[in-house]
Design a protein around this ligand. Structure first.
Ligand SMILES: NC(=O)C1=CN([C@@H]2O[C@H](COP(=O)(O)OP(=O)(O)OC[C@H]3O[C@@H](n4cnc5c(N)ncnc54)[C@H](OP(=O)(O)O)[C@@H]3O)[C@@H](O)[C@H]2O)[C@@H](O)CC1
Ligand SMILES: Nc1ncnc2c1ncn2[C@@H]1O[C@H](COP(=O)(O)OP(=O)(O)O)[C@@H](O)[C@H]1O
Length: 463
């Protein structure tokens, strides 16, 4: 609590370097963090006003005494006092409710939260401690009445509510403060790891000066069907723009020859094509499913038996492939496809993407990328929530490009988990770059064009 409160005080100093700081302390440990912050701010010479509920947590009681010892006496917390105190305040610090909050909100607390939001509307910025009050830390569901913060200092780990859905917009800019506490103390809500760009940049493969197209990864894309013939092309371009040396598209459909760098082979039927392909020498990686149509599950089952590093996307994401995955395969469902695999409503997937991603990984094996804004990567050793991306990426074909990016990294020798983690971040970074030019008008091809630049951005942070 001491470390947490000090981090909150530091953030408060940064957000409001002068003026009166009003700190709101609930009865639990979240309120205790606010009391510690108030002490540090007061000792630093800041004008602080503390409105506190009766303390129920022993450390919160202790920190109330410590605060009094430096000459600050908390006032009783009430909506009227909050309204009066917020007038002219440089900053409101919300320590009403943290991870101990369980919905539904009691009316007395709802009135306080309404006052905080009214004060913010009048111009007082709000800094939330751990999670904005009124948000349950765990689920990613839409918030009921909750504090709208400008910034949040979250403690120990990212809470799902700060990452997904409408609730995440309540937190403003989030800063993570890791605390030096035993792992066992980390609240179960604080499970979502986010990888630094520097680590992704470090993992991206370097190639020697004498590299040639045969050493930069041979990738096959199996997909396309009349009406969805563009999907494998987008995956192929994604693979090329991620550095794959040789990319061949295999399809029963006639594919648009928009990119002469892509090799295209049209086959009469999959039952004829698959044995011939296997006999011709397997590639370093493959992506299967993009626009492939009704035969996708059978094609996917056949190629999984090849044990080549494989991305399974779109039509290849079928429940009857459960358990057919191997440790070099990556499944890339969006929430609708994830719901089909898990046989649950889509809202259940989007309501708890972390739990859904774990369940999918257990069901399908290998690595799962549950796509969205943001995406979740799950493998047997961990779970990571990706950074970045842009809402302009919500457009058809974006996932096809990602499948190609993953395949290219698999083909360049990354293991499945690292290929997925690097690809998702590369794709998101490329989306951010493309959005700077195209905003909501960006299309999958624009993202592919930015993949090289995104790679350089990430590598610059990683070396
Ligand atoms: N774990 C650690 O190591 C560390 C944890 N840390 C901090 O502890 C925080 C968690 O603290 P916590 O567990 O004491 O709970 P907390 O968020 O203060 O909520 C309890 C209060 O909420 C109230 N309340 C609950 N539901 C309600 C409702 N529906 N409607 C209205 N009120 C409701 C409940 O009231 P009661 O039920 O007691 O009347 C009680 O007053 C965490 O977020 C972080 O900030 C840091 O110090 C770092 C180390
Ligand atoms: N709002 C967003 N923020 C960040 N990334 C997004 C957002 N919307 C979509 N994406 C990304 O775009 C891709 C969409 O994939 P998908 O739905 O499979 O597209 P398609 O099936 O049309 O190819 C995913 O990688 C997803 O993470």
């Amino acid at each position: 609590m001491e470390e947490a409160g000090r981090a909150v005080a530091t953030a408060a100093q940064r957000l409001a370097p002068s003026g009166r700081v009003v700190l709101l302390a609930g009865g639990g440990a979240n309120g205790g963090d606010a009391l510690v912050a108030a002490r540090h701010l007061s000792v630093a010479g800041r004008d602080v006003q503390v409105l506190a509920a009766p303390a129920t947590h022993p450390l919160t009681r202790l920190n109330r005494r410590r605060l009094k010892a430096v000459g600050v006496s908390p006032q009783v917390l009430s909506p009227a006092r909050l309204r009066a105190g917020a007038r002219g305040a440089a900053l409101l610090v919300d320590g009403l409710l943290g991870t101990g909050f369980r919905a539904p909100l009691r009316p007395s607390m709802e009135a306080l939260i309404a006052e905080v939001n009214a004060a913010r509307a009048q111009g007082a910025p709000v800094l939330a401690i751990d999670v904005p009050s009124g948000l349950e830390a765990g689920p990613a569901r839409a918030a009921g009445p909750a504090v709208q913060a400008d910034a949040t200092v979250t403690l120990m780990g990212w809470k799902p509510a700060l990452l997904f859905g409408e609730a995440a917009t309540r937190a403003g800019a989030v800063d993570l403060t890791p605390l030096s506490v035993p792992r066992a103390w980390v609240a179960p809500e604080a499970v979502a790891a986010r990888l630094p760009d520097a680590l992704i940049g470090f993992w991206l493969p370097e190639r020697p000066a004498d590299a040639h197209k045969g050493t930069a990864g041979r990738v096959w894309v199996l997909g396309g069907h009349p009406g969805t013939a563009g999907a494998p092309v987008l995956a192929g371009v994604g693979a090329l723009r991620t550095g794959a040396g040789l990319v061949t598209l295999h399809s029963l459909a006639e594919l648009p020859l928009l990119h002469p760098e892509l090799m295209v082979r049209r086959h009469p039927s999959w039952p004829e094509a698959l044995p011939a392909l296997a006999a011709s020498g397997l590639p370093d990686a493959l992506a299967v499913g993009m626009g492939l149509g009704p035969e996708a599950a059978e094609v996917a089952r056949a190629v999984l038996a090849w044990k080549v590093p494989t991305v399974l996307d779109a039509d290849a994401l079928q429940p009857d492939l459960a358990g057919a995955g191997h440790d070099r395969c990556v499944w890339t469902p969006h929430p609708g496809e994830a719901a089909r695999l898990l046989d649950v409503p889509t809202a259940q997937v989007t309501g708890d993407p972390l739990v859904s991603a774990r369940a999918l990984q257990a069901q399908m094996g290998g690595v799962v990328v549950l796509k969205g804004g943001p995406s979740v990567v799950a493998w047997s050793g961990g779970l990571v929530v990706a950074r970045g991306g842009h809402p302009g990426m919500a457009t058809a074909g974006m996932g096809d490009t990602l499948a190609g990016v993953i395949a290219a990294l698999l083909g360049q020798g990354l293991d499945a988990a690292r290929a997925a983690l690097c690809a998702v971040r590369l794709h998101a970074r490329a989306g951010e770059r493309a959005a700077a030019r195209h905003h909501y008008g960006l299309v999958a091809g624009d993202v592919a064009e930015e993949l090289g630049g995104a790679w350089l951005d990430l590598r610059a942070t990683g070396r």
